[in-house]
Design a protein around this ligand. Structure first.
Ligand code: GLA
Length: 395
């Protein structure tokens, strides 16, 4: 791709990241790259249970400028951490250090080396508008954009799904989050105007058009975050896998929803496991039904399914929080809102609402006022439409 196909906002960000690059003493960039954040419409906490998930790339981005060095030193700067230089050697045995954002880049470099690519030293500058801790995959976007720019820099290519898996491993090994494949797949594989239907049984995927002049996706960032690496995510993932084993299935996808109640009676399932299984099995069914409803533009039905997903995540999976419950309940009761639910890993982050476009402004103002009055925090609300995935190009 070339800069010609970039939107005016991208042009401005590319210019800004080029300036940050030059101001950091790195000279002139050789390659630029961009990756979006993602929002999940429905299919929560089922990517590691063999489910179908339905994310979209959003209109928030990580932009990167990069240049090869003659030695093996990697030097990184970010507008989000001004004045702090992250440094490591591309040729050493790489391991994560502390909570630095540079760990994500290290994880990707380690993955590319493992895949057989010779990764040289480089200098890179980063500017991101994907909110950190917003449940919108800022880390997957960072991993993906570095995968893309490094490959472009060294003149190599890699299959997009393989790159998504490489980035997922970086998240596991360098950020300590045993995530599924959804986020990394979404930020790489998404196409403009379409939702990604990723079937985690075999990682096959399709793109489903989602463009309607009258209906949009509203993202409401609660601006509270409880990190996934705190353990709540891993506990649930392990619980689901242990339950699948007890029930004698490869993944919870294999449990027929009509036989769910019977399955839940298994004496070896703990009370927690029963709740996890109920969430996973019903969420898998809801997602399949949402794909159909959206295909038929039956927004009322799709909205009901989103609302039911929120209840299941709140009561059975227990990954919501008072702030997200407040937002979802408030939005659901408003005119023009088909449905609203927490989205992403949970424990804070964002909610997503399927909203009639003519109601977006009034709904946003109402949520801002009521949420701030209740919690003393200003939420960040924006409309998005499905965007294209990560890419890189020569400067
Ligand atoms: C996080 C993980 C994903 C997925 C979601 C929940 O975003 O990274 O793999 O499990 O939580 O749906």
């Amino acid at each position: 791709m070339s800069t010609q196909t970039l939107s005016p906002e991208h042009h401005a960000s590319i210019e800004a990241v080029g300036t940050l690059f030059a101001d950091s003493g790195f000279g002139t960039p050789e390659v630029f790259g961009v990756a979006p954040g993602r929002v999940n419409v429905i299919g929560e906490h089922i990517d590691y249970n063999g489910g179908l998930v339905l994310p979209a790339a959003i209109d928030r981005w990580v932009h990167v400028a990069i240049r090869r060095r003659e030695d093996d030193l990697v030097r990184l700067v970010s507008a989000q951490a001004p004045g702090k230089l992250v440094e490591f050697s591309a040729s050493e045995e790489l391991a994560p250090e502390g909570k630095s954002w540079g760990n994500y880049v290290k994880g990707v470099v380690a993955g590319l080396k493992r895949a057989g690519f010779a990764v040289p030293g480089f200098e890179a500058a980063v500017i991101s508008t994907v909110p950190v801790g917003g449940g919108l995959s800022s880390s997957a976007a960072l991993e993906a954009v570095f995968g893309k720019v490094i490959l472009e820099l060294i003149g190599e290519e890699m299959d997009d799904l393989a790159l998504a898996k490489l980035c997922q491993k970086a998240e596991h090994d360098f950020a300590g989050v045993p995530c599924g494949l959804m986020d990394q797949a979404a930020v790489i594989l998404c196409e403009e105007g379409k939702l990604l239907m990723l079937d985690c049984v075999d990682d096959s995927f399709q793109h489903a058009p989602f463009e309607d002049p009258d209906w949009g996706l509203l993202i409401i960032n609660s601006c509270v975050s409880h990190e996934l690496s705190d353990g709540g995510y891993a506990v649930r993932r392990d619980g689901c896998h242990a339950a699948a084993k007890i029930l004698g299935v490869g993944t919870l996808r294999e449990i027929n929803p009509a036989k769910l109640e019977e399955a839940l009676k298994h004496p070896e399932l703990t009370e927690d496991m029963q709740r996890y299984v109920r969430h996973a099995v019903t969420e898998i069914a809801r997602t399949l039904e949402t794909v159909e409803a959206l295909g038929e533009r039956d927004y009322a039905r799709a909205g009901e399914l989103l609302n039911a997903s929120h209840v299941s995540l709140r009561d059975d999976y227990r990954v919501s929080c008072p702030e997200l419950d407040f937002i979802a309940e408030l939005a659901q009761s408003q005119e023009g809102v088909a449905g609203c639910r927490m989205t992403g890993g949970g424990f804070g982050g964002s909610a997503i609402a399927l909203v009639r476009r003519d109601c977006v402004e009034s709904l946003s103002r109402l949520i801002e006022q009521r949420y701030e009055a209740e919690f003393g925090i200003e939420p960040k609300i924006f409309e998005t439409r499905p965007m294209g995935g990560a890419r890189a190009w020569k400067a």
